[in-house]
Design a protein around this ligand. Structure first.
Ligand code: C2E
Ligand code: CA
Ligand code: CA
Length: 262
């Protein structure tokens, strides 16, 4: 089963079976669109749409993840560049980078490549790296992240709270954004009962001068709670599911443009 899926995936990448959906992130206070996260889908000829949780692990084990992440990076950059010339305006685009790829030092070259090929303003690109992949990095890998950030590209720590947070390491780490994992957001069940871990993560992140994005916001109660705690941005089904670029344009065209990135 695994092997078949791997062979199918290898062929599928070549046949152009991968597509990207984009999930909006909005300003917690104003509800304005602040960016999107690119999420890969595999359109399998027989199985239909395959979720990334089913094929990313296989791709990571077989090395195919390099091809996938390279394709995602370029496609998302091209889309971001196209949006910046459309009615939607400049929308920062976030791309997930597999932990495996972080160690390979070609990441900065691939980022440079994608930026050059697409013409996207580097300040409109964000890389999402999981906490467990990012924080233990030292030496060369850390220099690599720093060099990518020096281009103007932002770095976000994904699934924050699920890795082994060595909090002391976060200080001085080349990062702009913390994305609070949805498992913590789920713990917000009422506006008046506190969710102490969420509170602590927001306070700490803001204290470090970082942007805090809450993932997996599904209820109005969660939204109101996070707004009250000064969480910066919200992402989740309450705002929108991951959607096609066309749907994004239709949904957000009418909204006021976000201010140009400083
Ligand atoms: P992630 O980066 O944490 O992405 C967020 C996941 O949460 C997405 O699942 C998204 O659809 C889902 N989600 C968003 N809002 C809600 C909500 O309100 N409730 C719930 N229950 N879920 C919500 P998706 O698209 O299936 O992606 C799963 C994971 O696959 C991602 O987790 C990411 O780790 C990985 N992935 C996705 N695209 C790529 C990619 O292009 N490259 C790599 N390397 N990994 C990717
Ligand atoms: Ca992510
Ligand atoms: Ca996440």
């Amino acid at each position: 089963e695994r092997l078949t899926l791997e062979q199918d995936l290898r062929a599928g990448i070549g046949r152009g079976e991968l597509t990207l959906l984009y999930q909006p992130k909005v300003d917690a206070r104003t509800g304005r669109l602040t960016g999107v996260e690119a999420l890969v889908r595999w359109n399998h000829p027989v199985r239909g749409l395959v979720a990334p949780d089913e094929f990313i692990p296989i791709a990571e084990q077989s090395g195919l993840i390099n091809d996938i992440d390279t394709w995602v990076l370029l496609t998302a950059c091209r889309q971001g560049e196209a949006w910046s010339r459309s009615a939607v305006g400049a929308v920062p685009v976030a791309v997930n980078v597999s932990g495996r790829n972080l160690v390979s030092c070609s990441l900065s070259e691939r980022v440079l490549d994608a930026l050059a090929q697409s013409g996207l303003d580097p300040r409109l690109l964000e890389l999402e790296i999981t906490e467990s992949a990012a924080i233990p990095q030292q030496g060369r890998a850390l220099d690599l992240l720093q060099s990518i950030r020096d281009l103007g590209v932002r770095i976000a720590i994904d699934d924050f709270g699920t890795g082994y947070s060595v909090l002391s390491r976060l200080q001085g780490f080349p990062v702009d954004t913390l994305k609070i994992d949805l498992s913590f957001v789920r713990a917000i069940v009422s506006e008046n009962d506190s969710a102490p871990i969420v509170d602590a993560m927001i306070a700490m992140g803001l204290g470090l001068g970082l942007k805090i994005v809450a993932e997996g916001v599904e209820t109005e109660v969660q939204r109101r709670y996070l707004v009250k705690r000064h969480c910066s941005e919200l992402q989740g089904y309450l705002i929108s599911r991951p959607i096609t670029p066309e749907a994004l344009v239709a949904q957000f065209r009418a909204m006021p443009r976000i201010a140009a990135v400083a």
